[in-house]
Design a protein around this ligand. Structure first.
Ligand SMILES: [Fe+2]
Length: 227
């Protein structure tokens, strides 16, 4: 597959799954989601990406270092420092940021989020990341595409929660921090894809994996409506 076609196919996957178009995100943004539905985001996202954000990003660094020591791996180390500790955003580890929303914003006990059982689609999305990490580390840039898919949704979610549900910005740092961080992560994802996939003959295989991840990410958001 030539480079232009490959890039075009990647853009299509991103465009078709952008979460600012998702009904859940629109409902929260417009203040039409119920309080029960507000809990859906932390519950599903905790399973999909947040619970494992520190260990996953550390594993990404180690795996990249294995397949090619050097620059792409260094980028992954920065992402670990941010996910685990909030070093670059000067905030907190991203898991703690989600707990801030749960406890401070929704007034719920942390143990309830830790014990919540997410949907099978959210579990499948989480599994997709471990699958790439273990079986196809050259495709890890697909995770950056997921960050690109969500970036505009963060803004819609915090605006909606602030305006319609009276949640203070101090409890919405999960969204404000990710909005800033994931703009850069999306670009880093494209660089990683070009480095490890473009021109290797594995483009179609990569697109199938990215499509699968994006599918379960979207379905994970569907589950937020059903909580
Ligand atoms: Fe994060």
């Amino acid at each position: 597959m030539d480079k232009a076609t490959f890039h075009n196919e990647i853009s299509k996957i991103v465009a078709e799954h952008r979460l600012d178009q998702h009904p859940y995100v629109k409902l929260v943004n417009q203040g039409k989601a119920t309080h029960e539905q507000l809990k859906g985001y932390p519950i599903q996202h905790y399973e999909m990406t947040v619970r494992d954000s520190a260990s996953l990003s550390a594993s990404v660094f180690l795996r990249m270092q294995e397949i090619e020591p050097g620059s792409p791996a260094r980028g992954a180390a920065k992402s670990f420092a941010e996910e685990a500790l909030g070093i670059y955003s000067d905030s907190a580890g991203h898991c703690d940021l989600l707990f801030e929303l749960w406890e401070g914003g929704l007034g719920l006990p942390k143990t309830q989020l830790k014990k919540a059982v997410a949907s099978s689609d959210a579990m499948a999305f989480n599994g997709c990341m471990y699958r790439l990490l273990r079986l196809k580390p050259q495709f890890i840039g697909a995770i950056g595409l997921m960050e690109e898919i969500e970036v505009d949704a963060y803004r819609m979610l915090w605006k909606g929660m602030e305006r319609h549900y009276g949640i203070g910005l101090q409890h919405l740092r999960f969204f404000t921090v990710h909005y800033e961080a994931d703009k850069e992560h999306g670009e880093a994802g494209h660089r990683t894809i070009d480095h490890f996939v473009t021109g290797t003959g594995r483009e179609e295989e990569f697109l199938a994996e990215a499509q699968t991840m994006a599918h379960f990410f979207w379905k994970g958001f569907d589950a937020m409506l059903e909580v």
